[in-house]
Design a binder for this molecule. Structure first.
Ligand SMILES: Cc1cc2nc3c(=O)[nH]c(=O)nc-3n(C[C@H](O)[C@H](O)[C@H](O)COP(=O)(O)OP(=O)(O)OC[C@H]3O[C@@H](n4cnc5c(N)ncnc54)[C@H](O)[C@@H]3O)c2cc1C
Length: 356
């Protein structure tokens, strides 16, 4: 039996912790958010590509229903908190190595009921005139969004503060305090902060926090690269994903590319991949000469082997809640709502597996 007005501590102001804090706060909950860094989105959220989509999902995979629910939740967010998505761009163009494969992709998603359209080369060229070799055809996924995940986390936190939540940045949680099988609070630099419920939304760092109290979460860390390029002009209008490149452009014209992480060495380290990718970008797109690599950052994605996130109370310690997993940007608004319904209303959804 949960308390009527529990004191809730959320660890982590990434996209998940920020979304949960916002959802709890607008319901009038007593919520306090902690992050060890000075601003929201300082973890992997600040290194995410920011593609909210179903086109990269597989309709036969169990995560697909979840992704679709998550996209629908973005529409609620747009209505409730329009400023959070004010800089977002919609729509993406995806193509495979051959026209047949691209047609199959369109067909797969059409049959699943997604709002996709197969475009001919002439249309792709018209929409993306800087593509040097437009594909014979491409799938247009209309409802996809390209957004800045750290900015979204910031909007969530600002709205949570306005709704009465408290936030402590530059505050590392060093342990979770328990007594008699239930949570009693968290330890920070100046002592213990009491809490009835602790939400662990610390991304891949939840392993260390949970291990302190003898819990193995099963979260693995999967590194990926976010490459940013200075650019002075608009180059692409939508997210473009072909066999050689996945690229989008931010509002300030920065070009963003997501890549697999290989190693930290000289030949295949982030910087080397960033420079090689720039050469590919020049082959694929008519880029201004002045485009340069601004940064090549490694982000540690928290993932589970089955590709699904985890959301729910841990069975071992009463009051200890977990919210972690991939793809966090797509799932954040949905996870915010589901976590809030479970914590405040004891209403559990079976969309996301509970942690064990
Ligand atoms: C290159 C790349 C591209 C990606 N593209 C996409 C995409 O297009 N779409 C998508 O949905 N996902 C994408 N992702 C994945 C996405 O970034 C993550 O799923 C998501 O950001 C996870 O958010 P989070 O809040 O769980 O974790 P985090 O952002 O890591 O947040 C955890 C927070 O907890 C804080 N913290 C940790 N330990 C403590 C502690 N002890 N005390 C206090 N604070 C603590 C950290 O400082 C951090 O701010 C991508 C990732 C990468 C690397």
């Amino acid at each position: 039996m949960r308390l009527k007005n529990p004191k809730i501590a959320v660890i982590g102001a990434g996209i998940l912790g920020s979304a949960i804090t916002y959802s709890l706060a607008i319901r009038g909950a007593d919520v306090l958010l902690f992050d060890e860094y000075p601003e929201p989105g300082s973890g992997v959220t600040g290194r995410a590509f920011g593609w909210v989509n179903v086109i990269n999902g597989t309709p036969t995979h169990s995560s697909y229903t979840l992704w679709r629910e998550a996209i629908a939740e973005y529409q609620h967010l747009e209505a409730a908190l329009p400023e959070a998505l004010s800089g977002a761009r919609s729509g993406s163009l995806v193509w495979r190595a051959t026209p047949e494969e691209t047609e199959q992709l369109a067909d797969l998603h059409e049959r699943a009921g997604d709002d996709v359209q197969l475009l001919k080369r002439s249309v792709v060229s018209e929409w993306e005139p800087r593509l040097r070799r437009a594909p014979e055809c491409a799938v247009f996924s209309r409802n996809d969004l390209a957004l800045d995940p750290a900015r979204l986390a910031g909007s969530y936190v600002a709205a949570a503060l306005a709704a009465g939540a408290s936030v402590r940045f530059n505050e590392k949680v060093t342990s979770i305090e328990t007594a008699n099988g239930r949570v009693t609070g968290i330890r920070v630099s100046d002592g213990i902060v009491n809490a009835d419920i602790v939400v662990m939304a610390a991304g891949s760092a939840i392993n260390a926090l949970a291990a302190e109290i003898g819990i193995h979460t099963g979260v693995e860390t999967s590194p990926a690269l976010l490459l940013r390029y200075n650019c002075s002009l608009p180059v692409v209008n939508r997210i473009l994903r072909g066999p050689r490149l996945e690229i989008r452009q931010a509002g300030d014209n920065t070009l963003l590319v997501a890549k697999s992480y290989v190693e930290n060495g000289v030949e295949n380290g982030p910087q080397a991949i960033g420079l090689r990718t720039l050469a590919v970008m020049r082959e694929e797109l008519d880029l201004p000469d002045s485009v340069t690599l601004a940064s090549a950052a490694v982000g540690k994605r928290p993932v589970f082997a089955d590709g699904l996130p985890r959301l729910g109370f841990l069975p071992h310690v009463d009051g200890l809640y977990v919210a972690v997993g991939h793809p966090g940007v797509i799932l954040a608004p949905l996870i915010g709502r589901l976590a809030t319904e479970e914590i405040l209303d004891e209403r559990r959804s079976d969309l996301i597996p509970a942690p064990k």
